[in-house]
Design a protein around this ligand. Structure first.
Ligand code: IMP
Length: 181
């Protein structure tokens, strides 16, 4: 195990199984429709890549990037769009794909941003949720796992840009981010 990791919270097999079930559920709900999956860069890329391959309905993808917390691991509450969508979502069935919902500020902002462009529908799929940290209420239509208030990395999630390549979702040792949260 990586020396900065305290423990594995969700092992790769468990993640795969959950993603497979999410894919089945989403495919059933969107039967007869075409999904435009919007991944929130960069944390959602691994999840989105796996989710895509278990969807059985037609799907296109696009990406949006918002300002991250930088090196600190706590939300400043300020969300800024760094990269917007390539194409219009007006009239499309949009599935917003997030890695983790923490305070809810990012998701709340993104939902409003996307809704202002009049999609036919907008649903949210998040791999992880930390409900105890919520500052604004947000609805998650498809959720992978609800987790306790611990800083996690791996399977696309980072701390200061690192650890995204770890195949499991892991709790980062406190010493690594101490002072930054
Ligand atoms: P929110 O706006 O506070 O809900 O923050 C959501 C974003 O914060 C996520 O998309 C992640 O980029 C980041 N984040 C929150 N908690 C964690 C964590 O435990 N590990 C890695 N990134 C996190």
């Amino acid at each position: 195990m990586h020396p900065d990791i305290e423990r594995v919270l969700l092992a790769r097999e468990e993640i795969q199984e959950r993603v497979r079930l999410l894919g089945t559920q989403i495919s059933a709900d969107y039967k007869g429709k075409e999904i435009l999956a919007v991944g929130v860069l960069k944390g959602s890329v691994v999840f989105l890549a796996d989710l895509l391959r278990v969807l059985t309905v037609p799907v296109e993808i696009d990406f949006i990037a918002v300002s991250s917390y930088g090196k600190a691991s706590a939300s400043s509450g300020v969300v800024r769009i760094l990269k917007d969508l390539d194409r219009s979502i007006t009239g499309r069935d949009v599935l917003l794909v997030e890695d983790i919902v923490d305070t809810g500020l990012t998701l709340n902002y993104l939902k409003e941003h996307l809704l202002s462009q009049q999609p036919a529908g907008l649903r949210v799929c998040a791999l992880l949720d930390k409900p105890s940290r919520r500052r604004v209420p947000v609805e998650i239509d498809y959720l992978g796992f609800s987790i306790p208030d611990e800083f996690v990395v791996g399977y696309g999630l980072d701390y200061a840009g690192r650890y995204r390549n770890l195949p499991d979702i892991c709790v980062l040792r406190r010493e690594v981010y101490e002072g930054g949260r």
